[in-house]
Each structure stands twice: as structure tokens, then as C-alpha cells.
Design a protein around this ligand. Structure first.
Ligand SMILES: *Cc1c(COP(=O)(O)O)cnc(C)c1O
Length: 502
């Protein structure tokens, strides 16, 4: 299996190179040259498999330059019951909301309580092995721009991993109090955390720029280092996410929610378009899916895009109660455009160039038709998000976080508008305790206490939902980091954190 750049198909590399490098030198994203199939027989066979065995089967179709044993080592070290609370790291909780049955795929049982753990617990293993194959003895420097959850999950995945250093940038006013505390208290000798004055898009653009800057690359090379990425632009992030959609389908069959071979709908609360793209890739492999419901918050650039074919990031940016989706430039959409354009690299590059220069592009009717045949876009504003948390709790005693609430709200709107009763899986992406203030506010229980951990405690008292141990243990923990920089200062921060003097 080879990987091509979305902006220059003539480049092709093996998976170890794609993972080690993170992004193609031309600025494009690595994509598999074609999608391997999951046959009906394989899917049937997977019904009786453990999550880990399902993962090995799917991953081996893509990482063909890894041995079976290498893949097994990666999977078995990542998805342990110790780290994810049980042998199934991605269980389904079935509820009824406003009369419709919904199946919540809980992806937040890992060490940092967000779905990012599903990929970032295994990525360091992929990367270490990739570096052994193609790294030429260099250490990897992982640069991360985060809207909150990726940062912590990457820090936790990479802490004290030999031959890696990790530097995380987050928007200073763009993450929840718990997210900030999780990052600033991070342990490990090879980690560094810094806030930036700006929003997530500023952080992501600056990181991408540092990343592909040949001068900075040369400085790193002189110091026997190379950049890599833990953002969802890295193929090693997307691949593990394909697994849980296939696994969810198997669990849906086993739970009697869907007949084998029957189609499902998949709803995903979307920011950078990584999670929903992984679901789409599962469909390209043969998973029976009818429709993808793309749920946004008030930053609804994707809703407009799916409805009109115009992507326009020139609009107000909102800081919402679902901060991990406060994004106007959804990086992984580039991969979908490449796919929907029939792997047309020039066309994809054209859109991305327009996005850079004009902040806007319009896709062809051909792409539009394909897009609308598979995707439905909707958004939930702040009121709808809070109301959904409240109503779901009132109706079912089930407590969901703000991001998941966006998805539940949009899925509910989809069902109302279309009458489509296809069994639906909703990606539930974070523990409610990562966003206690907003969740508590939504439950309408009077004045909330002032401190983050008192809010956690009050939420637990009211609902009885257990507080995940990794969050409970952070109470009273001293911060190690607290620096803030301007965008322009990020490169200096990177070199400083690496101990490189200029
Ligand atoms: C990252 C994140 C999202 C958005 O996922 P994308 O892959 O960026 O679309 C949604 N919810 C939570 C809790 C997240 O951390």
C-alpha cells in the first residue's frame, strides 16, 4: 500500500514515511492510493472478535510495510483494559431521545477522557516503529496545535517515549478550565506546553508553517531531529479511528440493533473533520453506511459547505461550550475533496490555494452531488446544545458532554426533517466532566460553585455519574507550565523548548 499527497499524486511513500513525516513536503496530506476492501466474510468473522483483533485486521490492510508482529505489538500495548477501563475501549450506550433510538459510541474511556485517546494511545507506537524504518537515527519532534483535547491526549501518549519530544500550543482563551489544567500539569521529561494569543486556526496555521519551513527543518536536522505531527493530518491518527466505526457496526449487529448487512447512519460532532472522515473511509472499505450526519456548533462553516458547495471561512469566529469544535478551517476536508474529485490532485490543490488566498472556494457540481448523496450537515447553537444535555438527562438519566450534545441535537433534527429511521450510531467524544461548568449550567441546578473541582463534585452529587479517575486525580495538582506567546513567537518557543541556541 502506497500513500500519495493530496496535492501532488506523483509523490508516493510507504506508511512508515507518511507517519514519520506527518505531512507531505508540498503541503498536501497523505492518503492511501486506494481503499482496501473489507469483504462480507471478513466482516462476519469480525463479529466474534475482540476489539484488538478487529483492529489488527483492519490496520494490517494499510500498514503493509509493518510486520504482523509489529502491528500486534502496537495494538496490544495501546488498547489495554488498564488504560481504557475494559477490553472494549469503545462500548455502545443505547438511549432514546425525543422518541428516537440513538446509539452512543462512547469513545472517551481512555486516559484523557476524550476520543483523541483512541488514536493517540497507538500513534506513538506506530511512530517509534516508523522511525526505526525511515528515521535515519533522528529524534522526532511532535508539534501539536490543539483546540483542547488533542493536546492532552498527545502529551499523555508521547510522555517519556524514547526518541520523541512533544510541544503543544493551545489558544489561551479557547479551552475549558479542565483541559487547561490537564495540559499544564502534564508530567514527562520530553514535554512542553505553551498557550498562544489567538484561536485554534491561528495555532494550526502557524504550526503547519513551522513544520514545512525548510530553514527550521535544516536547523533541526543539524541537531539530529525531525518534525512529525500528532494532529489528525497524520495518517497514523486517522487509521485507528477507522477501526472503531467497523467495530461499532459489529457491536450493533451483536446487540440486535441492526441486521447483518443492513445500513446504518453515522453522526459525528465535527471540528477538524478527522473523526467523520475516518467513518467515511470505513464506508469506502465496504462498511454498510447510508448517510453521514456532520454536526457543527455555531462555527457552522461545514453545515453551509455541505448545503451549498461553498466553503467560506470569512465569517465570525465563536468561542462556544464545545471548544474542540471551534474551528473554521477543517484540515481533513482536503482528504474528502481529493476522494470526491476522483483523486484529482490538481483540483484539490486549487481549492486549498483558494482557501489560503481568498479564504473561500466553491466545488464543482460533480463533487457537490456526491457530497450531498452521502453527507447531511446541521448545527446546534449554544441554547440547543444545553437544552439537549438537559433533556437527555431528564429523559434517560444519561449525562453527555457538550460536543456529544451537539451531535445528538443535530441527529434529532435530521430525523425530524427527513423521517429517516435508519439505525444510527453517534460518536460520543468526551466525558461530561471535562466540561463540568457548561454541563452543570445546562442541568439548571442553581448557582454553580466557583472552582472547577467543586463543579465536578456537584455534578457527581446531582447525577451520580462516576468521575473518571484520570480527572479526579488532577485535583490540587501543581501546574508545570503557564507560558503564553504571540503567533510570531512560536518558532522561537519551539527552538527554545528543544534547547537549540541560535
Ligand atoms: C477533537 C474533538 C472533536 C472534533 O473532532 P474532529 O476529528 O476534529 O472533527 C469533537 N469532540 C471532541 C470532544 C473533540 O475532542
Amino acid at each position: 500500500m502506497k500513500y500519495n499527497s493530496t496535492q501532488d499524486k506523483s509523490k508516493s511513500v510507504l506508511s512508515a514515511r507518511a507517519i514519520a513525516q506527518g505531512i507531505s513536503q508540498d503541503g498536501g496530506l497523505f492518503v492511501p492510493e486506494s481503499f482496501p476492501r473489507i469483504t462480507e466474510k471478513e466482516l462476519k468473522g469480525m463479529l466474534s472478535m475482540s476489539y484488538r483483533d478487529r483492529a489488527k485486521l483492519i490496520i494490517s490492510k494499510y500498514l503493509t510495510d509493518f510486520t504482523e508482529q509489529e502491528i500486534a505489538e502496537c495494538v496490544d500495548s495501546a488498547y489495554t483494559a488498564e488504560k481504557f477501563g475494559s477490553d472494549n475501549p469503545a462500548p455502545i450506550a443505547s438511549v432514546e431521545f425525543n422518541g428516537s433510538p440513538l446509539n452512543l459510541l462512547e469513545l472517551w474511556h481512555g486516559p484523557t477522557c476524550a476520543f483523541k485517546d483512541m488514536a493517540l494511545q497507538i500513534l506513538p507506537h506506530f511512530l517509534t516503529k516508523s522511525l526505526q524504518k525511515v528515521g535515519g537515527g533522528k529524534d522526532a519532534v511532535i508539534l501539536v496545535a490543539t483546540s483542547g483535547d488533542t493536546g492532552k491526549a498527545a502529551l499523555e501518549g508521547f510522555k517519556d517515549v524514547a526518541h520523541t519530544k512533544i510541544i503543544v500550543f493551545y489558544p489561551v482563551n479557547g479551552v475549558s478550565a479542565m483541559q487547561k489544567h490537564q495540559m499544564n500539569t502534564q508530567e514527562g521529561e520530553n514535554v512542553y506546553v505553551c498557550a498562544i494569543r489567538g484561536n485554534f486556526d491561528d495555532a494550526q496555521t502557524a504550526v503547519k508553517k513551522i513544520f514545512t519551513d525548510t530553514e527550521t527543518q535544516a536547523i533541526l536536522a543539524e541537531n539530529n531531529m525531525m518534525f512529525s505531527s500528532a494532529n489528525s493530518i497524520n495518517w497514523g491518527r486517522l487509521l485507528p479511528q477507522i477501526v472503531y466505526y467497523v467495530s461499532a457496526y459489529c457491536d450493533m449487529v451483536n446487540l440486535g440493533k441492526v441486521a447483518f448487512g443492513e445500513k446504518i447512519n453515522i453522526t459525528v460532532p465535527t471540528g477538524n473533520f478527522g473523526n467523520i472522515l475516518a467513518a467515511y473511509y470505513a464506508y469506502e472499505m465496504g462498511l454498510p453506511v447510508k448517510r453521514f450526519i456532520c454536526a457543527s456548533n455555531s462555527n457552522n462553516v461545514l453545515t453551509d459547505f455541505i448545503r451549498t458547495g461553498v466553503y467560506n471561512k470569512n465569517r465570525d469566529f465563536y468561542t462556544t461550550v464545545s471548544p474542540s469544535m471551534d474551528i473554521l478551517v477543517s484540515s481533513n476536508l482536503e482528504r474528502l475533496l481529493y476522494c470526491l474529485s476522483g483523486n484529482n490532485d490538481a483540483e484539490t490543490k486549487g481549492y486549498m490555494d483558494l482557501l489560503k488566498t481568498e479564504g473561500k472556494y466553491t466545488v464543482t457540481t460533480k463533487i457537490m452531488d456526491k457530497l450531498q448523496s452521502m453527507f447531511w450537515g446541521g448545527y446546534a447553537d449554544e441554547d440547543a446544545t444545553k437544552r439537549t444535555i438537559h433533556d437527555l438527562y431528564e429523559q434517560q438519566g444519561y449525562l453527555c458532554d457538550t460536543h456529544t450534545a451537539v451531535a445528538v441535537s443535530v441527529c434529532d433534527a435530521y430525523i425530524r426533517e427527513t423521517g429517516d429511521m435508519t439505525p444510527v450510531v453517534i460518536a460520543s467524544t468526551a466525558s461530561p466532566y471535562k466540561f463540568s461548568k457548561a454541563v452543570l449550567g445546562a442541568l439548571d441546578q442553581g448557582k454553580a460553585p466557583d472552582s472547577e473541582f467543586d463543579m465536578v463534585e456537584k455534578l457527581r452529587e446531582i447525577t451520580g455519574a462516576p468521575v473518571p479517575a484520570p480527572l479526579a486525580s488532577l485535583r490540587g495538582k501543581k501546574a508545570r507550565f503557564g507560558d503564553v506567546t504571540d503567533k510570531e513567537g512560536m518558532q522561537g518557543v519551539v527552538l527554545g523548548a528543544l534547547g537549540i541556541k541560535r
